[in-house]
Design a protein around this ligand. Structure first.
Ligand code: ADP
Ligand code: MG
Length: 691
């Protein structure tokens, strides 16, 4: 038996009432086939189901009424406006439909016939509805109508397509072809998750019999979309997990590790380390993303992974996005690991060529146990002898290719991704759905709290005085500006001008320096080094200080034009201070201007939890902008809303991973549809991280 054609094979012009010309208009909406039309969702719905008797109309209600057309009247107001009034009569009362400048309306109503109005009821010396949606009722009573007496869909349309026409076309597509529309969600999944089938969903998303049905239809369609997305994640995952390294965990390694530190690991660090150990001991390559605020102790966790790799005779590598960060990690890691006799090496581009060559040699011979560096690590000339673990710090600062290149220095090494820019779980499951996630939420104790103030321009002098006092007591400070150079078209303060000014005036007599992104890396590093060595009191900067700088003696951060930054970025900046034992202060200077800016600043003052801030940020800006500057890879979703429909995403993910575990190649005949959907539904637009 030959399968009947389903909607995706049927061009829209075959639907009754759609010819080639109309088909072109549909094309503009992205609707080329009957299936496209099925999944072209209404923008909103109007409840025209309950028909209210005219005597029951109340001003302010949005309601549908049926009555007999009593009178049709068109006239020009003094202003020249053409007014058309149609009176509908019912029991003992009447309601007027009123239209402005629509000459054709009058001809549509015939006294004595029945009609229905839908719209917002106003009381203007009489009951009236301005520009009601309307329907002429043919014959006796209300017949079957697509536009009245039900919950009515309202679509986003181009000019030449009317809502009524669209409803007709959708309706005839549904009655002609819906019965052939396949259902790609396997029956057991549907049963477990209480999902309606495709036919019910598509029918009710357009013409719901009730809002309850609409809800069910929506849930099903969103589930389907997330399900396909998560099947892709699961497939990536299962494709990756082949021939990883099985690291052996020697007796007592953890005790040895704990003893290295003068502090006790937090419970979350312990948990994260356990997860890493399990990942590394398994035969599947680890792909774990550790998210945690600056100072939450990610580096320590990464060090455990490095130690485990080295204790198995492998090499470990850790790549950071800036030289400053790489050096910082190098100092930390060698301090703790040198005493164990491990060879820790640094490879950055600012190095003497001869040193770089020597270290390259040690990397390829295997003499270097642990290598820390920047992008230099992924150059062609660098080859490891036995790379077992790759750690990528501030992973979102690297491109997909760069991360791949690092992993390619070994054969399926375990990989640990780290980020201090937490992404709420809802988004992480979408963007990083093929990784395992660890979070470090709590801060290790002994860290000073950062107090945050939002201040306006009129406090500027007091702020400078406050900073001078901190400098006088031996502390250091940052001032961050949004740009390097001033431009004539903008009133923004710029680092260069303010640097000149501050060191001559307000901070004359202090050691003031400047660092920004347009400087040569070597110069930048030189200044950061001197700042760290306390040879500079006040550092004027742009956001180059954003990533990972750790200088415990800095107690003040002044952010100028703070209203210009997103929440996450402000939080990142603030993370630069409060890293030592002194009380620290983050001063956000700016004029909120907009409500959103004000809310951001208030949030900053109120909370220090990076995850909370990220959630808020995501809430305010939405996924697209939230990810904006990062490697986004956000799939284009048509139905689901990552935030609002998060619980559906979790369910879909569970089912998707279960499915792929049971049938990794999607060979089962019931799964073929899913396979097809992966290539067609997202039309290849879905870019998921691929490493
Ligand atoms: P991150 O990499 O997440 O920014 P780090 O690992 O660099 O954080 O840790 C920040 C600081 O906190 C470091 O000086 C580190 O030694 C210290 N630290 C880490 N874990 C703990 C802990 N459990 N208790 C106390 N201090 C800790
Ligand atoms: Mg770090």
């Amino acid at each position: 038996m030959q399968a009947k054609k389903s909607g995706k094979d049927i061009p829209i012009r075959y639907i009754k009432g759609v010819g080639p010309r109309k088909a072109e208009l549909f094309e503009k909406l992205g609707v080329g086939t009957v299936s496209d039309l099925f999944y072209y969702l209404p923008r909103r719905y109007e409840d025209r189901s309950a028909i209210v008797p005219i005597s029951g109309l109340k001003p302010g209600d949005t309601a549908a009424v049926i009555g007999k057309v009593l009178k049709v009247n068109s006239f020009r107001a003094r202003t020249g406006t053409l007014i058309t009034e149609v009176a509908l009569g019912g029991d003992s009362r009447r309601v007027f439909g009123v239209w402005y400048n629509l000459p054709y309306i009058a001809g549509n109503f015939k006294p004595g016939r029945k009609a229905m109005f839908y719209g917002k009821v106003e009381l203007q010396s009489r009951l009236q509805i301005s520009h009601p949606a309307y329907e002429i009722i043919e014959g006796e009573g209300a017949g079957r109508s697509l536009d009245m007496g039900r919950i009515v869909p309202v679509y986003s349309l181009t000019e030449k397509l009317s809502q009524r026409y669209m409803r007709k076309v959708v309706d005839s597509a549904l009655s002609g072809y819906l019965s052939e529309e396949p259902d790609l969600i396997p029956t057991p999944v549907r049963a477990r998750r209480h999902l309606v089938d495709t036919k019910f969903a598509v029918q009710n998303i357009h013409f719901p019999y009730s809002f309850e049905n609409l809800e069910k239809a929506y849930r099903r369609l969103v589930f389907e979309e997330f399900f396909i997305l998560q099947v892709i994640m699961a497939l990536k995952r299962s494709g990756q997990s082949k021939k990883g390294i099985r690291h052996e965990v020697e007796e007592g390694l953890m005790e040895k590790f704990r003893e290295l530190f003068p502090f006790t690991l937090t419970a979350e660090q312990e948990k994260c380390i356990r997860d890493i150990r399990n990942d590394m001991a398994s035969g599947n390559p680890m792909r774990r993303l550790v998210q945690g605020d600056v100072g939450s102790g990610k580096t320590v966790v990464a060090m455990y992974a490095l130690l485990l790799a080295v204790s198995n005779g492998y090499q470990g590598v850790m790549m950071a996005p800036t030289e400053i960060l790489a050096r910082q990690h190098y100092v930390t890691v060698s301090k703790f690991f040198m005493p164990l006799g491990l060879n820790v090496r640094l490879l950055v581009s600012g190095m003497d060529r001869r040193d770089a060559e020597r270290i390259s040699g040690e990397i390829s011979s295997g003499d270097a146990d642990i290598v820390i560096g920047t992008h230099s690590l992924i150059q062609e000339g660098v080859g490891f002898r036995r790379l077992g673990l790759a750690v990528i710090d501030e992973q979102h600062k690297f491109g997909v290719e760069q991360r791949k290149l690092l992993r390619a220095k070994g054969s399926e090494p375990d990989t640990l991704f780290m980020t201090a820019t937490p992404i709420p779980r809802s988004l992480a499951l979408t963007v990083y759905g093929d990784m395992d996630l660890s979070m470090l939420r709590e801060k290790p104790s002994g860290r000073s709290e950062v107090t945050t103030y939002c201040v306006a321009e009129d406090k500027r002098r007091a702020v400078y005085t406050f900073i001078r006092e901190e400098l006088d007591s031996g502390r250091q400070a940052f001032i961050v500006y949004p740009r390097v150079k001033a431009t004539s078209s903008s009133e923004l303060k710029a680092a260069e001008d303010m640097y000149e000014r501050l060191r001559e005036k307000e901070f004359a007599g202090y050691r003031v320096a400047m660092v920004h992104g347009r400087m040569k890396p070597a110069d930048k590093d030189g200044i950061m080094r001197r700042f760290r060595e306390k040879k500079i009191d006040l550092l004027i900067a742009t956001t180059v200080i954003e990533v990972g700088v750790d200088i415990p003696n800095v107690t003040v951060l002044l952010v100028e034009h703070a209203e210009r930054y997103g929440l996450s970025q402000l939080h990142q900046l603030r993370g630069r201070i409060g890293r030592g034992k002194y009380p620290s202060y983050c001063i956000l200077m700016g004029s909120a201007g907009t409500e959103a800016a004000e809310e951001r600043l208030r949030t900053m003052a109120d909370t220090h939890d990076g995850f909370e801030i990220a959630e808020k940020d995501l809430d305010i800006r939405g996924p697209g902008e939230f990810l904006g500057t990062r490697q986004s890879g956000l799939p284009e979703l048509r139905f689901g809303n990552i935030l609002k429909d998060f619980s559906i995403m979790e369910e879909a993910r569970d089912e998707a991973f279960r499915l792929v575990e049971e049938d990794p190649a999607l060979k089962d005949e019931h799964h073929i549809l899913i396979k097809q959907a992966i290539s067609s539904r997202f039309r290849g637009k879905l870019k998921v991280k691929d490493e």
